[in-house]
Write a protein of this length. Structure first.
Length: 164
């Protein structure tokens, strides 16, 4: 296959469909680099808009589905915890991985990214759904909230809060 054909598949979304089909039923990823490798092509089709994706995982840690739940503008995407929970429950997911792209190219999380991650983690924890990761993709790089200890810190805060 030629590079131009691959690029055409990436831009059309065909590659995203192939990736989604090929990973379903497979074990969830082992690290943030593997996750980035899988999700990066899914952000290429419309790379001037922010897309918020969820990877839903079952009790055997296998990927049930990868979905783009929210699409926004160049600078933000609205995310509604209620809709994430609704979809996770419908798919019978026991864990989720969050991902979104930054069209600006800078994968550093914004204050809003951190805030929504904290809200999502609390909502998911309340429903017995584990949050494994929130990864931000931008310009050939990524930022892993798990690798940076943010997810673990939010779980500690949630545990302190829920034990009051």
């Amino acid at each position: 296959m030629k590079k131009s054909e691959i690029y055409k598949m990436l831009k059309s979304g065909e590659m995203a469909d192939l990736i989604k089909e090929s990973v379903c039923g497979k074990p969830a990823v082992n690290n943030s680099q593997e996750l980035y490798n899988i999700l990066k092509p899914l952000t290429v089709k419309d790379d001037d808009r922010e897309h918020f994706m969820c990877v839903f995982v079952n009790a055997k840690n296998k990927i049930l589905k990868i979905e783009t739940l929210f699409t926004g503008s160049i600078g933000e995407s609205p995310v509604y915890p209620r809709e994430v929970i609704k979809r996770a429950l419908k798919l019978k997911a026991v864990a989720v991985i969050f991902a979104h792209n930054h069209p600006s190219g800078d994968p550093e999380p914004s204050k809003n990214d951190l805030m929504i991650t904290k809200q999502l983690l609390g909502a998911c924890a309340t429903m017995g759904i584990t949050v494994h990761e929130h990864i931000i993709i931008g310009n050939g790089k990524y930022f892993s909230m798990t690798d940076q200890g943010i997810i673990a810190n939010y779980y500690r805060q949630w545990s302190d809060f829920s034990n009051l």
